[in-house]
Design a protein around this ligand. Structure first.
Ligand SMILES: Cc1cc2nc3c(=O)[nH]c(=O)nc-3n(C[C@H](O)[C@H](O)[C@H](O)COP(=O)(O)OP(=O)(O)OC[C@H]3O[C@@H](n4cnc5c(N)ncnc54)[C@H](O)[C@@H]3O)c2cc1C
Length: 414
């Protein structure tokens, strides 16, 4: 319990905002979450649902310079840039290239690992509090490869994970059928990562966490933040429906957090790596755990309500309409490895990963805007990092040492 309970507004009801609200509430603060879309309707709705404490590999690669033209020209590749968005993305891309030296990649991976090491423990605290263990499958994940080249293509990622101290196991192809009887396809290689868990429905888990927060007296209001001004010692959070006075403000608005930074007169190199999914009917038999088809970069995830197929990254900002062609092209890969898959699209979705070019989260108090804390930038692993970002944020608000070097995550590092 904090000695001086405060009134706190959290902007954004994705996993980062809801987790921050829950940890702040534990300290006795009066917390209100604002979000115009409802709870868990942003990126936290449609992701692949893996809690992935070993996923330290940054987006930048030593060959990023070479990959960018390929991204632009390969219509079937897992990366896509919408041409009209390229001028706006340019500063972000240039910084991505700056972050692609082997030294920077290792430093950024280690910076993420410092948070990832505590990610599962922070999740477990929230899962226990909200009694949601039934929404989690603790069965690891498998990466499978049909070819030697497929495995070789991920060699650098695997080496980096091991260098950061994460345990991964290389399995011979024969073991895959025993682990995943649903496959008809034979694979040559597999990599098993045991300490990953899967959320059966990430949007629903976020909603259940929020329901627990409200049951304990927290407030959620469906309002959009349009301005932030300092009013004496407090902040005035202006919305489309009114305004709220707060001692502290937590910005957990995902890919939209850059707009909130702008309200404070700050520039942030936060953009979005857009991602897609298609939901198919649950195959019978289905998978026991998420599977990455390593040769095609397609991720198959058995969820509570069907099989989720996800793949790739699209750079196109927050405004351009979705282009579902690539993700639809991935569905036949699921059928190829499991003929029992019915290629009937139950739903299709696009979401906005909040991504920085160094793939380090944005976490901490904004210098010069005392009392405003950012908790965003989770990028490809934001569902994993949400709870630990929330826990660290509560520590910082309370003036406790989070036990993690916060320098790599400073919100004003640009
Ligand atoms: C296809 C795909 C697969 C993924 N798979 C995984 C995975 O397996 N594991 C993993 O860890 N991560 C995964 N991710 C990444 C993860 O989904 C995100 O990093 C994470 O959900 C971000 O959570 P968030 O709370 O920061 O943002 P969001 O969930 O996007 O929430 C931000 C919220 O802020 C609100 N907001 C915006 N502007 C305002 C405003 N002005 N006022 C008030 N509210 C506002 C929005 O409405 C939104 O609800 C995946 C992402 C995608 C797209």
């Amino acid at each position: 319990m904090s000695e001086t309970p405060k009134s706190i507004v959290v902007i954004g009801a994705g996993i980062a905002g809801v987790a921050s609200a829950l940890f702040l509430q534990r300290d006795g603060h009066t917390v209100t979450i604002l979000d115009p879309r409802g709870v868990g309707e942003g990126a936290s709705f449609g992701n692949a649902g893996t809690i992935a404490p070993t996923s330290c590999v940054p987006t930048a690669r030593p060959d990023t310079m070479k990959r960018v033209p390929k991204m632009l020209l390969d219509p079937a590749g897992p990366f896509n840039i919408r041409w009209s968005y390229l001028p706006k993305l340019a500063p972000w891309l240039i910084d991505l290239i700056r972050n692609s030296s082997p030294e920077k990649i290792l430093a950024n991976a280690k910076a993420k690992t410092a948070l990832l090491e505590h990610a599962m423990a922070a999740y477990n605290e929230l899962i226990a509090d909200a009694q949601t263990e039934d929404m989690i499958v603790r069965n690891g994940i498998l990466q499978v490869f049909e070819t030697d080249q497929g495995l070789k293509g991920m060699e650098r990622d695997h080496a980096l994970m091991q260098e950061c101290g994460h345990k991964i196991e290389f399995l011979p192809g024969e073991e895959i059928r025993q682990m995943e009887p649903a496959f008809s396809q034979k694979f040559k290689h597999a990599v098993y990562i045991e300490n990953h868990a899967t959320i059966k429905h990430p949007g629903d888990l976020t909603k259940k966490f929020a329901a627990h927060f409200e049951a304990k007296g927290g407030a959620f209001l469906q309002e959009q933040v349009t301005g932030l001004t300092k009013a004496g010692a407090a902040w005035s959070v202006i919305t489309d429906k009114g305004s709220h006075s707060a001692d502290r403000v937590i910005v957990a608005a995902g890919a939209w957090s850059r707009e909130i930074a702008r309200m404070l007169g700050r520039r942030m190199l936060l953009d979005t790596e857009r991602g897609y999914h298609v939901m198919l009917p649950q195959p019978d038999p289905t998978l026991r755990r998420p599977i990455l088809l390593g040769d095609q970069s397609v991720f198959l995830v058995p969820m509570a309500h069907g099989l989720r197929v996800t793949s790739g990254v699209e750079f196109g900002g927050l405004e351009l309409p979705p282009d579902y062609r690539r993700i639809r092209n991935m569905v036949p890969f699921a059928k190829r490895v499991m003929p029992q898959v019915e290629e009937r699209e139950m739903s299709i979705w696009m979401g906005f990963r909040p991504s920085t070019p160094d793939t380090r989260p944005i976490l901490g108090e904004m210098p010069g805007a005392e009392g405003v804390f950012f908790a965003t930038g989770g990028s490809h692993i934001g569902m994993t990092l949400g709870p630990i970002m929330g826990k660290v944020t509560a520590d910082l608000v309370a003036g406790r040492d989070p036990g993690i070097d916060m320098n790599p995550y400073t919100p004003d590092r640009w």
